[in-house]
Design a protein around this ligand. Structure first.
Ligand code: 5GP
Length: 189
């Protein structure tokens, strides 16, 4: 996606250990026009698959997943990173290593918002090792729902996540792929 590539070239930087900082457009401040355009692109791709729900993990995937769900006219469900006192009793829960924080966190979705009739599009901002995506996929399996597509804004193609999800038999569609971050330079494909 040319607009996302252009914005990454303008504002992106490499922080450390294979981590890209996009705080100016996605991860802290949100470029709403860009994110709505990303949602349109994902929606165009997934509309023929008749999804009933868009899923993501809080917090950085939410804006893009919202834009996608809005364009598709379906609800967005975001997995929470901890159970809240108001949360329903019946939940699907998975333990997932966090790439940027270097810790393991639980991701939780209420059983009320995911069921066997759902056709799910999974949306996230980045894919690195694929742990977040695999955690959500395990939750989708537990709920008996069907994953129809995985849409990623930025795939770091030099890390194994995207291909590991493809090897599981799912289609991964990335708007932008980063080839390398060597010498602190963001090389886009
Ligand atoms: P994975 O589970 O695939 O290893 O990592 C994906 C998650 O980690 C994404 O949800 C994203 O929030 C975060 N993440 C992974 N790589 C990066 C990165 O380079 N920059 C930022 N800002 N977040 C990342």
């Amino acid at each position: 996606m040319d607009l996302l590539k252009k914005r990454i070239q303008e504002v992106g930087c490499v922080v450390s250990n294979g981590v890209v900082k996009l705080d100016a457009i996605l991860n802290h401040q949100v470029d709403t026009e860009l994110v709505m355009a990303m949602g349109k692109q994902f929606a165009e791709r997934y509309r023929p698959l008749q999804p009933t729900k868009v899923l993501t993990v809080e917090s950085s995937g939410i804006a893009i997943a919202f834009a996608t769900a809005y364009e598709l006219g379906v609800p967005l469900v975001f997995a929470r990173r901890k159970k809240t006192p108001t949360m329903d009793k019946e939940v699907y829960e998975e333990r997932v290593p966090s790439f940027t924080k270097g810790i393991v966190t639980d991701i939780v979705i209420s059983a009320n918002y995911l069921n066997q009739d759902d056709r799910v599009v999974l949306i996230d901002d980045f894919i690195a090792n694929g742990d977040a995506a695999r955690g959500i996929i395990r939750i989708i399996d537990k709920a008996g729902a069907m994953l129809v597509g995985v849409g990623i804004a930025v795939e770091k193609a030099f890390q194994p996540g995207g291909d590991s999800i493809r090897e599981m038999g799912y289609e991964v569609y990335s708007l932008v792929r980063i080839q390398s971050l060597e010498n602190g330079q963001i090389e886009l494909e």
